[in-house]
Design a protein around this ligand. Structure first.
Ligand SMILES: C[S@@+](CC[C@H](N)C(=O)[O-])C[C@H]1O[C@@H](n2cnc3c(N)ncnc32)[C@H](O)[C@@H]1O
Length: 252
């Protein structure tokens, strides 16, 4: 079986994560928010919030936004860049909130790291009656334009072979549906958007270095990947298509 990159890799790369990862598409968030009947007076939780890439889109929408993130380095960046959220330390398996305390739980690029009966039980516990669960993933990245060349592909393939498969394989396997199906949620709904983002060379490099399997490499290996990519990737602006899927449901 393919080796899996560990979820605790992210702290190694919190700054790169913040620089490189794209924000979440506002129109998809709007769609989910409307369907879950959330409003300006709602309290929501961003679970596995990282540096707050999704949190920053939630803060202007809701009265209270709580961001739970177990990794100290990721949470330190979140505190700095999303001061409007209340950042708390903790894992999805023991959410540091009382019962019935939030109208919705959001999770972006994170649910596959903790999808279990234990964490879904925690989500159900903190949700108010009819509360919502919204899950976002970027599922498909096109080839950057202009192309970066075969050697860049080779460096990345070698890094993934050493560091383990990126988390996307877990997302696509669909294993995460099972604990949701066992909980008292309505059937999942879904929608997707495809968008084009522009990335500077530094943003693209930072994004790659923040991918869990590369972020989890020993420092020397990671620095070698950074140096090789730095030599190979021309300093131009790249266009990158990203397909993002949202799944959402409510307590029945
Ligand atoms: C790929 S990052 C996503 C961060 C952010 N939600 C975003 O939209 O970019 C995955 C995050 O999940 C967090 N994570 C991993 N295991 C977790 C767990 N058991 N409970 C809560 N968060 C976890 C990691 O620390 C990391 O910050």
């Amino acid at each position: 079986m393919a080796k899996e990159a560990p979820p605790d890799a992210f702290g190694n790369s919190a700054r790169e994560y913040e620089l490189g990862r794209p924000q979440w598409p506002e129109e998809l968030i709007d769609r989910v928010v409307a369907d879950l009947d959330l409003g300006a007076d709602s309290t929501v939780l961003d679970l596995g919030a990282g540096t707050g890439k999704l949190t920053r889109s939630l803060v202007p929408r809701f009265a209270r936004v709580i961001a739970v993130e177990p990794d100290d380095e990721m949470r330190a960046v979140l505190d700095e860049v999303v001061p409007g959220a209340e950042a708390l330390a903790g894992p999805a398996e023991a959410i540091p909130l009382p019962n019935d305390s939030v109208d919705a739980v959001f999770t972006a690029e994170a649910f596959h790291w903790y999808a279990s009966e234990e964490s879904v039980g925690e989500i159900v516990r903190v949700l108010r009656p009819r509360g919502g669960l919204a899950i976002f993933w970027n599922v498909d990245f096109g080839d950057p334009e202009p192309p970066m060349g075969d050697e860049v592909e080779r460096v990345l393939d070698d890094a993934f072979a050493k560091g383990g498969a990126p988390g996307i394989g877990k997302v696509l396997s669909g294993f995460w549906r099972e604990p949701i199906a066992k909980a008292p949620f309505e059937p999942l709904r879904q929608a997707e958007v495809e968008r084009m983002v522009t990335r500077t060379r530094d943003q693209w490099l930072a994004n790659m270095l923040s991918v869990s399997s590369i972020a989890s490499l020993p420092d020397a290996d990671r620095e070698e990947v950074a140096q090789r990519l730095g030599e190979l990737v021309p300093d131009v602006e790249y266009r990158w298509s990203i397909r993002t899927i949202a799944y959402w449901t409510r307590l029945g």
